[in-house]
Ligand binder design. Structure first.
Ligand SMILES: [Zn+2]
Length: 283
Protein backbone atom coordinates (compact mmCIF):
# COMPACT_ATOMS: atom_id res chain seq x y z
CA UNK A 1 0.00 0.00 0.00
CA UNK A 2 1.42 3.42 -0.88
CA UNK A 3 2.40 5.35 2.22
CA UNK A 4 2.52 9.10 2.60
CA UNK A 5 5.99 9.71 1.12
CA UNK A 6 5.02 7.81 -2.02
CA UNK A 7 1.82 9.86 -2.32
CA UNK A 8 3.86 13.04 -1.87
CA UNK A 9 6.15 11.91 -4.70
CA UNK A 10 3.07 11.55 -6.90
CA UNK A 11 1.83 15.02 -5.87
CA UNK A 12 5.16 16.58 -6.85
CA UNK A 13 5.02 14.79 -10.18
CA UNK A 14 1.51 16.16 -10.75
CA UNK A 15 2.74 19.69 -10.00
CA UNK A 16 5.42 19.30 -12.65
CA UNK A 17 3.40 17.61 -15.39
CA UNK A 18 -0.31 18.27 -14.87
CA UNK A 19 -0.81 21.65 -13.15
CA UNK A 20 -1.61 24.32 -15.75
CA UNK A 21 -2.82 21.73 -18.26
CA UNK A 22 -6.37 21.25 -19.53
CA UNK A 23 -8.20 17.93 -19.90
CA UNK A 24 -9.35 17.44 -23.49
CA UNK A 25 -10.97 14.01 -23.13
CA UNK A 26 -11.76 11.64 -20.27
CA UNK A 27 -12.50 7.93 -20.69
CA UNK A 28 -13.78 5.96 -17.71
CA UNK A 29 -12.89 2.38 -18.63
CA UNK A 30 -14.23 0.75 -15.45
CA UNK A 31 -16.99 2.19 -13.23
CA UNK A 32 -15.62 0.95 -9.91
CA UNK A 33 -12.81 3.49 -9.44
CA UNK A 34 -15.32 6.35 -9.81
CA UNK A 35 -17.96 4.75 -7.55
CA UNK A 36 -17.64 7.58 -5.02
CA UNK A 37 -18.69 10.02 -7.74
CA UNK A 38 -22.38 9.37 -7.11
CA UNK A 39 -23.61 11.12 -10.27
CA UNK A 40 -21.90 8.38 -12.31
CA UNK A 41 -19.00 7.95 -14.75
CA UNK A 42 -20.48 10.13 -17.52
CA UNK A 43 -20.96 13.03 -15.13
CA UNK A 44 -17.42 12.50 -13.82
CA UNK A 45 -15.98 12.76 -17.33
CA UNK A 46 -18.15 15.77 -18.25
CA UNK A 47 -17.16 17.67 -15.09
CA UNK A 48 -13.46 17.37 -15.90
CA UNK A 49 -13.36 17.71 -19.69
CA UNK A 50 -12.30 21.21 -20.76
CA UNK A 51 -11.16 22.12 -17.25
CA UNK A 52 -7.71 23.36 -16.32
CA UNK A 53 -5.81 22.05 -13.29
CA UNK A 54 -4.84 24.88 -10.92
CA UNK A 55 -2.80 22.99 -8.30
CA UNK A 56 -1.93 19.57 -6.87
CA UNK A 57 -2.66 19.24 -3.15
CA UNK A 58 -2.45 16.51 -0.54
CA UNK A 59 -3.99 15.80 2.87
CA UNK A 60 -2.63 12.56 4.30
CA UNK A 61 -2.90 10.01 1.52
CA UNK A 62 -5.63 11.94 -0.33
CA UNK A 63 -4.72 13.96 -3.38
CA UNK A 64 -6.82 16.66 -4.97
CA UNK A 65 -6.52 18.75 -8.09
CA UNK A 66 -8.45 22.05 -7.88
CA UNK A 67 -9.95 22.93 -11.27
CA UNK A 68 -10.85 26.28 -12.84
CA UNK A 69 -14.53 25.32 -12.42
CA UNK A 70 -14.24 25.68 -8.62
CA UNK A 71 -14.49 21.91 -8.28
CA UNK A 72 -11.64 19.47 -7.72
CA UNK A 73 -10.65 15.94 -8.65
CA UNK A 74 -10.27 14.04 -5.38
CA UNK A 75 -8.25 10.84 -5.48
CA UNK A 76 -7.02 8.04 -3.24
CA UNK A 77 -4.63 5.33 -4.39
CA UNK A 78 -6.00 2.66 -2.06
CA UNK A 79 -3.97 -0.54 -1.94
CA UNK A 80 -2.66 -0.72 -5.49
CA UNK A 81 -3.57 2.51 -7.30
CA UNK A 82 -1.18 4.41 -9.52
CA UNK A 83 -1.41 7.80 -11.20
CA UNK A 84 0.79 7.69 -14.26
CA UNK A 85 1.77 10.36 -16.74
CA UNK A 86 2.30 8.56 -20.03
CA UNK A 87 3.00 9.72 -23.59
CA UNK A 88 -0.08 9.68 -25.83
CA UNK A 89 -0.09 6.37 -27.68
CA UNK A 90 1.84 4.46 -25.02
CA UNK A 91 0.58 0.91 -24.58
CA UNK A 92 -2.34 0.72 -22.15
CA UNK A 93 -1.54 -0.78 -18.76
CA UNK A 94 -3.37 -4.01 -18.01
CA UNK A 95 -5.32 -2.39 -15.18
CA UNK A 96 -5.88 1.01 -16.78
CA UNK A 97 -9.20 2.31 -15.35
CA UNK A 98 -9.44 6.02 -16.23
CA UNK A 99 -7.68 7.85 -19.05
CA UNK A 100 -7.51 11.64 -18.81
CA UNK A 101 -6.04 13.18 -21.97
CA UNK A 102 -4.31 16.54 -21.50
CA UNK A 103 -3.53 19.36 -23.93
CA UNK A 104 0.00 18.00 -23.99
CA UNK A 105 1.79 15.11 -25.66
CA UNK A 106 0.91 13.00 -22.64
CA UNK A 107 -2.07 11.85 -20.61
CA UNK A 108 -2.84 11.20 -16.96
CA UNK A 109 -3.83 7.60 -16.24
CA UNK A 110 -5.38 5.98 -13.18
CA UNK A 111 -4.27 2.36 -13.01
CA UNK A 112 -5.49 0.10 -10.22
CA UNK A 113 -5.50 -3.67 -10.04
CA UNK A 114 -7.51 -4.20 -6.86
CA UNK A 115 -9.62 -1.03 -7.18
CA UNK A 116 -9.84 -0.02 -3.53
CA UNK A 117 -8.69 3.42 -4.64
CA UNK A 118 -10.61 5.81 -6.82
CA UNK A 119 -11.38 9.25 -8.19
CA UNK A 120 -14.33 11.60 -7.73
CA UNK A 121 -15.17 15.21 -8.49
CA UNK A 122 -15.60 17.19 -5.29
CA UNK A 123 -18.13 19.98 -5.78
CA UNK A 124 -16.63 22.04 -2.96
CA UNK A 125 -13.20 21.54 -4.50
CA UNK A 126 -10.71 24.31 -3.97
CA UNK A 127 -9.19 24.81 -0.54
CA UNK A 128 -10.07 21.49 1.09
CA UNK A 129 -12.74 19.07 -0.23
CA UNK A 130 -15.49 18.59 2.36
CA UNK A 131 -15.14 14.83 1.93
CA UNK A 132 -11.80 14.90 3.75
CA UNK A 133 -12.16 17.64 6.36
CA UNK A 134 -12.10 14.95 9.08
CA UNK A 135 -8.64 13.78 8.00
CA UNK A 136 -5.93 15.19 10.23
CA UNK A 137 -2.82 16.87 8.87
CA UNK A 138 0.30 14.77 8.48
CA UNK A 139 3.45 15.53 10.49
CA UNK A 140 5.22 17.06 7.48
CA UNK A 141 2.36 19.52 6.89
CA UNK A 142 3.24 23.08 8.05
CA UNK A 143 -0.23 23.24 9.66
CA UNK A 144 0.41 20.19 11.86
CA UNK A 145 0.16 21.20 15.54
CA UNK A 146 2.61 19.24 17.71
CA UNK A 147 1.10 20.43 21.00
CA UNK A 148 -2.42 19.36 20.00
CA UNK A 149 -1.10 15.98 18.88
CA UNK A 150 0.61 15.39 22.24
CA UNK A 151 -2.56 16.25 24.15
CA UNK A 152 -4.72 14.01 21.98
CA UNK A 153 -2.38 11.02 22.23
CA UNK A 154 -2.15 11.35 26.02
CA UNK A 155 -5.96 11.42 26.29
CA UNK A 156 -6.30 7.98 24.66
CA UNK A 157 -6.22 4.57 26.35
CA UNK A 158 -5.45 2.67 23.15
CA UNK A 159 -1.95 1.57 22.17
CA UNK A 160 0.35 4.11 20.56
CA UNK A 161 0.56 2.15 17.30
CA UNK A 162 -3.22 2.09 16.96
CA UNK A 163 -3.27 5.85 17.63
CA UNK A 164 -0.65 6.47 14.93
CA UNK A 165 -2.87 4.66 12.40
CA UNK A 166 -5.94 6.73 13.37
CA UNK A 167 -6.37 9.19 10.48
CA UNK A 168 -8.39 11.58 12.64
CA UNK A 169 -5.39 12.06 14.97
CA UNK A 170 -2.55 12.08 12.47
CA UNK A 171 -2.69 11.18 8.80
CA UNK A 172 -0.30 9.45 6.48
CA UNK A 173 1.25 7.01 8.95
CA UNK A 174 0.88 3.47 7.65
CA UNK A 175 1.96 0.17 9.16
CA UNK A 176 5.59 0.38 8.00
CA UNK A 177 6.18 3.94 9.15
CA UNK A 178 4.51 3.30 12.50
CA UNK A 179 6.80 0.34 13.21
CA UNK A 180 9.89 2.28 12.17
CA UNK A 181 8.95 5.35 14.24
CA UNK A 182 8.24 3.23 17.32
CA UNK A 183 11.60 1.47 16.95
CA UNK A 184 13.33 4.88 16.80
CA UNK A 185 11.42 5.99 19.92
CA UNK A 186 12.20 2.76 21.83
CA UNK A 187 8.49 2.19 22.40
CA UNK A 188 6.29 -0.91 22.10
CA UNK A 189 3.17 -0.29 20.02
CA UNK A 190 0.89 -1.54 22.80
CA UNK A 191 1.97 1.20 25.20
CA UNK A 192 -1.24 3.10 26.00
CA UNK A 193 -1.27 6.76 24.95
CA UNK A 194 -2.35 7.91 28.40
CA UNK A 195 0.69 6.22 29.99
CA UNK A 196 3.24 8.02 27.81
CA UNK A 197 5.11 11.12 28.90
CA UNK A 198 5.08 14.27 26.80
CA UNK A 199 8.68 13.69 25.78
CA UNK A 200 7.92 10.11 24.73
CA UNK A 201 5.14 11.36 22.43
CA UNK A 202 7.52 13.96 21.00
CA UNK A 203 10.05 11.19 20.36
CA UNK A 204 7.43 9.20 18.43
CA UNK A 205 6.61 12.29 16.40
CA UNK A 206 10.29 12.91 15.70
CA UNK A 207 10.59 9.26 14.61
CA UNK A 208 7.64 9.56 12.21
CA UNK A 209 9.13 12.70 10.67
CA UNK A 210 12.54 11.07 10.37
CA UNK A 211 11.31 7.99 8.47
CA UNK A 212 9.02 10.03 6.23
CA UNK A 213 11.76 12.51 5.39
CA UNK A 214 14.28 9.83 4.60
CA UNK A 215 11.76 8.00 2.40
CA UNK A 216 11.06 11.25 0.55
CA UNK A 217 14.77 11.88 0.08
CA UNK A 218 15.23 8.42 -1.39
CA UNK A 219 12.22 8.83 -3.67
CA UNK A 220 13.52 12.16 -4.88
CA UNK A 221 15.43 10.85 -7.85
CA UNK A 222 12.22 9.94 -9.68
CA UNK A 223 10.78 13.48 -9.60
CA UNK A 224 12.30 14.67 -12.85
CA UNK A 225 11.12 11.69 -14.90
CA UNK A 226 7.99 12.07 -16.97
CA UNK A 227 6.80 8.77 -15.59
CA UNK A 228 5.04 9.50 -12.30
CA UNK A 229 4.61 6.28 -10.44
CA UNK A 230 3.52 5.00 -7.10
CA UNK A 231 3.37 1.34 -6.30
CA UNK A 232 3.40 -0.70 -3.12
CA UNK A 233 6.25 -2.79 -4.51
CA UNK A 234 8.26 0.22 -5.60
CA UNK A 235 11.89 0.87 -4.81
CA UNK A 236 11.02 3.17 -1.92
CA UNK A 237 10.61 0.10 0.23
CA UNK A 238 14.16 -0.96 -0.58
CA UNK A 239 15.55 1.71 1.69
CA UNK A 240 16.95 0.52 4.95
CA UNK A 241 14.26 -0.49 7.40
CA UNK A 242 15.21 -1.10 11.02
CA UNK A 243 12.21 -3.09 12.23
CA UNK A 244 9.54 -3.64 9.56
CA UNK A 245 9.93 -6.93 7.68
CA UNK A 246 13.05 -7.90 9.67
CA UNK A 247 11.69 -10.76 11.82
CA UNK A 248 14.56 -12.87 13.16
CA UNK A 249 17.23 -10.39 12.06
CA UNK A 250 19.34 -8.60 14.67
CA UNK A 251 18.24 -5.21 16.01
CA UNK A 252 20.74 -2.58 14.80
CA UNK A 253 21.03 -1.21 18.35
CA UNK A 254 21.25 -4.29 20.57
CA UNK A 255 21.45 -7.34 18.23
CA UNK A 256 18.35 -8.96 19.77
CA UNK A 257 16.32 -10.65 16.99
CA UNK A 258 13.38 -8.54 15.79
CA UNK A 259 10.01 -10.11 16.62
CA UNK A 260 6.88 -10.24 14.46
CA UNK A 261 3.38 -10.37 15.95
CA UNK A 262 -0.10 -10.20 14.41
CA UNK A 263 -1.69 -6.76 14.51
CA UNK A 264 -5.10 -5.81 13.07
CA UNK A 265 -4.94 -8.41 10.23
CA UNK A 266 -1.38 -7.31 9.53
CA UNK A 267 1.95 -7.56 11.34
CA UNK A 268 3.94 -5.55 13.83
CA UNK A 269 7.71 -5.79 14.04
CA UNK A 270 9.68 -4.64 17.07
CA UNK A 271 12.78 -5.30 19.15
CA UNK A 272 11.70 -7.11 22.33
CA UNK A 273 14.62 -5.61 24.23
CA UNK A 274 14.67 -1.96 23.08
CA UNK A 275 10.87 -1.81 22.89
CA UNK A 276 9.64 -3.73 25.89
CA UNK A 277 5.96 -4.60 26.17
CA UNK A 278 3.91 -2.53 28.62
CA UNK A 279 3.87 -4.07 32.07
CA UNK A 280 0.48 -4.75 33.55
CA UNK A 281 -0.08 -2.77 36.69
CA UNK A 282 -0.11 -5.29 39.53
CA UNK A 283 -1.89 -4.48 42.76
ZN1 LIG B 1 17.08 -3.64 20.17
Amino acid sequence: MPELPEVEVVRRGLVTHVVGRTFTRVDVLHPRPVRRHLAGPDDFAAAITGRTVLAACRRGKYLWLPLDSGEAILGHLGMSGQLLVQPVGAVDERHLRVRMVLDAPYELRFVDQRMFGGLAVSRSGGALPHEIVHIACDPLDPDFDDAVFVVRVRAKVSGIKRILLDQTVVSGVGNIYADEALWLAHLHGDRPGNRLTRSQVHEVLDGVRQVMTSALDQGGTSFDALYVNVNGESGYFDRSLEAYGRAGKPCARCSTPIVRVAFMNRSSFFCPRCQSRPRLRSR
